[in-house]
Design a protein around this ligand. Structure first.
Ligand code: ADP
Length: 259
């Protein structure tokens, strides 16, 4: 909001207060709209799996389904339930992060150890998808972080990198030492992101391709969680990407022992 410079010279002393109040109210409206958009999005995201589950269960209850189809229906029901579970888990994570007392407990954390834990957890899925995952340059760096939250950030970026990279590709985590910080990159050789989508990619439920995100079990909240956690740590997030070539998602954290 631009406050007109002439305001100081306003003949009426209340004019300035009135303007500030207008500002507050429009800020309130903006927040209120964001909140109701969010509720609408969540409802929509939950409605899709619920409708599918209901439909398949009704069909099964009617009987007269051959055993092979029955197995298939049950598998779809399970997939949809898993999707809802993931969505609810991500929503809970976000709401905990947003709680007013969400203060992170920053402790010195060896970066290599957390990266290693993250790699161990994604290795199985990466291998199933024919992808190599490795880390480099993370040894000997200690960051100020909440270890559990740092692990979550790495897992979210790594699972995205794995989901959006075709078989035969590579996912790499590396750290770049800056003076008092470290910049951690998760780089993939995947499908990349077109420039017009980049500014919105960290928004809740923003997806370039809804169907693809659905296929990989994405909730559309992964990057919003990443951004939230990193900002609670006082760091920054960003991405450089080229369609067809791959993406480089990065975040910064304060580091111990300045380089
Ligand atoms: P999702 O659960 O859909 O993956 P995210 O918040 O994690 O949600 O990511 C938002 C969107 O950003 C994704 O739907 C996808 O379109 C895009 N995206 C995220 N990471 C990558 C990546 N490594 N490569 C290509 N696109 C990505």
């Amino acid at each position: 909001h631009v406050v007109p410079l002439t305001l100081d010279a306003s003949p009426h002393p209340l004019a300035r207060h009135a303007l500030v109040l207008v500002n507050d109210v429009s800020q309130w409206h903006r927040l209120e709209r964001m909140r109701s958009d969010f509720v609408a999005n969540v409802s929509h995201e939950l409605k899709t799996p619920i409708t599918a589950i209901r439909g398949f269960v009704e069909t099964l209850l009617e009987g007269d389904v051959d055993p092979e189809a029955e197995q298939e229906f049950l598998r779809v029901i399970l997939d949809e339930a898993v999707r809802m579970e993931a969505l609810v888990a991500d929503l809970l994570t976000l709401s905990k992060l947003e709680a007013e007392d969400a203060r992170v407990q920053l402790e010195p954390v060896p970066l290599a150890e957390v990266v290693q834990s993250a790699l161990v957890r994604v290795q199985g899925e990466a291998a199933r998808r024919g992808l190599a995952v490795r880390a480099e340059g993370v040894e000997g760096i200690t960051v100020w972080a909440d270890e559990g939250q740092l692990l979550q950030v790495l897992l979210n970026l790594l699972t995205n990198a794995i989901h959006y990279t075709p078989a035969g590709g590579e996912v790499r985590v590396y750290a770049e030492r800056l003076v008092d910080r470290v910049k951690v990159h998760v780089v993939d050789t995947g499908i990349g992101i077109a420039p017009e989508h980049l500014p919105r990619i960290f928004e809740r439920f923003y997806r370039v391709d809804k169907d693809r995100s659905r296929l990989t079990g994405g909730t559309g909240l992964g990057l919003a969680i990443v951004k939230h956690i990193v900002s609670l740590h006082g760091g920054e997030v960003g991405v450089a990407s080229e369609p067809g070539k791959g993406s480089d998602f990065w975040f910064t954290l304060a580091a111990l022992d300045p380089a």
